[in-house]
Design a protein around this ligand. Structure first.
Ligand code: NAD
Length: 252
């Protein structure tokens, strides 16, 4: 039976373990008939990924802090799988020291690192992605409400998410000539490895859950459903947008 994503090859960047938002995206896309390829940051993450994905052929190393790493990864993907129809960019990083206390105490290096990995990397992925993406294709990234509101301890990552969201708009404009749509999902707070870097993340998760419309946090599968929609033909009119998938937290 034809499914929503039958015949589509999607690259998922950013699965660290089964709690990762990228893994929720992978599940939703598999359920909808997509063929998936995954990139991992380093050998340690690869080990963890192999517990989830048995087909090692589908795992490609890609550290987004290096242009060469992205170029090599995408060349390897093109050689093995041909052109692809979508990319999920679910990658962010800041040093733990930067995710605590007053933003005035951010270091120049820590600020730059958060921007590089969490915001600039989307531009690099799009740039090298032109070579491997079909026309039409879709890129989806993950952002958070800390781009708009001063969330305790989120600091440089909130600033990086604001930059990421601006990147989505500029990329959407400039990737259109290649037939590539670019959008972001602003996900509600979910307990993943990345969140545990934020000081007092327990409070962040509890308060976010309390502010959902039904008192239950959004799940990675729910975020994945929206990502599947954004890489599908159902969303061809959605361009350069930030879609909230947070059970209403941003409303209240
Ligand atoms: N968890 C939340 O509450 C939440 C909410 C909204 C948005 N997000 C965003 O979702 C995305 C995925 O995060 P997550 O919460 O699933 O956590 P996660 O820790 O499971 O995923 C983060 C991923 O980023 C990867 N990464 C970091 N540096 C990298 C590099 N240099 N090269 C390649 N990969 C690198 C890690 O390997 C990991 O797979 C992030 O952009 C995050 O900011 C998370």
């Amino acid at each position: 039976m034809e499914k929503l994503l039958s015949g589509k090859k999607i690259l998922i960047m950013g699965v660290a373990n089964k709690r990762s938002i990228a893994w929720g995206c992978a599940q939703a896309m598999l359920d909808n008939g997509a063929e998936l390829i995954f990139t991992y940051q380093n050998a340690r993450i690869k080990k963890s990924l192999l517990r989830l994905i048995s087909d090692e052929e589908r795992l490609v190393e890609c550290d987004v802090s290096s242009d060469d790493s992205i170029k090599n990864a995408f060349a390897a993907i093109k050689e093995k799988f041909g052109k692809i129809d979508g990319i999920v960019h679910a990658i962010a990083y800041a040093n733990r020291d930067e995710l605590a206390g007053d933003i005035m105490n951010s270091s120049r290096e820590g600020y730059a690192l958060a921007q590089d990995i969490s915001a600039f990397s989307l531009i690099a992925v799009a740039k090298y992605g032109i070579e491997i993406l079909n026309n039409p294709a879709s890129i989806v990234t993950l952002t958070y409400f800390g781009s708009e509101r001063a969330i305790p301890n989120y600091n440089v990552m909130g600033v990086a998410k604001a930059a990421l969201e601006a990147n989505v708009r500029y990329l959407a404009r400039d990737m259109a000539k290649y037939g590539v749509r670019v959008n972001a999902i602003s996900a509600g707070a979910i307990k993943t490895l990345a969140v545990t870097g934020v000081k007092d993340h327990g409070d962040l998760l509890r308060i976010s859950e309390e502010r959902t419309v039904d008192g239950k946090s959004v799940t990675t599968n729910e975020v994945g459903g929206a990502a599947a929609f954004l890489v599908s033909e159902l969303s061809t009119g959605v361009v350069g947008d930030i879609i909230y998938v947070d059970k209403g937290v941003h409303l209240i």
